[in-house]
Design a protein around this ligand. Structure first.
Ligand code: ADP
Ligand code: ADP
Length: 222
């Protein structure tokens, strides 16, 4: 069964050109979709429409995961980590839980669990500026996962990191995917990363943005 069904999706910003042109996509329950394509082809826009951060021009996005609200619980991870600089790691990770009405105690318990899972236990009381780029990204992933999202959206999460840190985080993310059953969609410039992480790799083309092919990744890769 699909978890998300996208039908005839179009996007134009204002009176500008068509950025997304008739996107049709079914995302399955256990999918981790990788979106690749040239800069400006609409990858981020598609992610934003999925996350409800931008409004669509035409078409339909249906969430078919078990849920009580019209939208599934979503976690977001962006390239610049977006941590609150005035909050410690643990306070940053607790924030979405507290905003969702969890008690401080409960938020702290879950936050610590996630922080330890991503290997930041020893810096949980540090501020973002005291962390490396990779650590900030780990904190950002922990924050996105504390609410146990049904849909995890990642926009070039590791684009600014060196290759070794990137590889570590890729493996970390796969482990977390096995522990928590979110549906993932992530945007990347790296074909290697897409093939390593994804269950499906979709290639978009620009002007106007379309899904123009899928890279078959079940074939043995050289
Ligand atoms: P990608 O993520 O593939 O680089 P984007 O989705 O960021 O592509 O952008 C697709 C196109 O939409 C680009 O031409 C970009 O300039 C345009 N665009 C993105 N966001 C906005 C916006 N808020 N207002 C107007 N145009 C935008
Ligand atoms: P990326 O290519 O990494 O997706 P961009 O650098 O293109 O991101 O865009 C950064 C931000 O600027 C995004 O929030 C995007 O929506 C916005 N943006 C991009 N293009 C335009 C545009 N032509 N007009 C207004 N906002 C834009």
């Amino acid at each position: 069964d699909p978890a998300v069904s996208i039908q005839g999706l179009y996007k134009q910003y204002g009176n500008g050109p068509t950025v997304l042109n008739n996107i049709n996509l079914e995302i399955a329950e256990d999918d981790f979709i990788g979106l690749i394509g040239p800069s400006g082809c609409g990858k981020s826009t598609l992610l934003k429409l999925l996350g409800g951060l931008e409004s669509k021009t035409k078409g339909d996005i249906q969430f078919l995961t078990q849920q009580t609200s019209p939208r599934p619980k979503m976690g977001f991870v962006f390239q610049d980590a977006n941590l609150m600089p005035w909050l410690t790691v643990i306070a940053n990770v607790m924030l979405p839980l507290e905003l969702n009405g969890a008690s401080k105690q409960e938020a702290e318990r879950k936050a610590i669990q996630l922080i330890e899972m991503v290997g930041l236990g020893h810096v949980k009381n540090h501020y973002p500026r005291q962390l490396s780029g990779g650590m900030r990204m780990r904190a950002s992933i922990a924050r996105a996962l504390t609410i146990e999202p049904q849909l995890l959206l990642l926009d070039e999460p590791f684009g600014a990191l060196d290759e070794m840190t990137r590889d570590d985080l890729n493996e970390e993310l796969l482990k977390l995917k096995q522990l928590q059953a979110w549906v993932g969609v992530f945007v990347t410039h790296s074909v290697t990363e897409a093939v390593f992480l994804s269950s499906r790799v979709l290639v978009m083309s620009a002007n106007p943005g379309e899904i123009y092919r899928e890279i078959p990744i079940d074939l043995p890769f050289p």
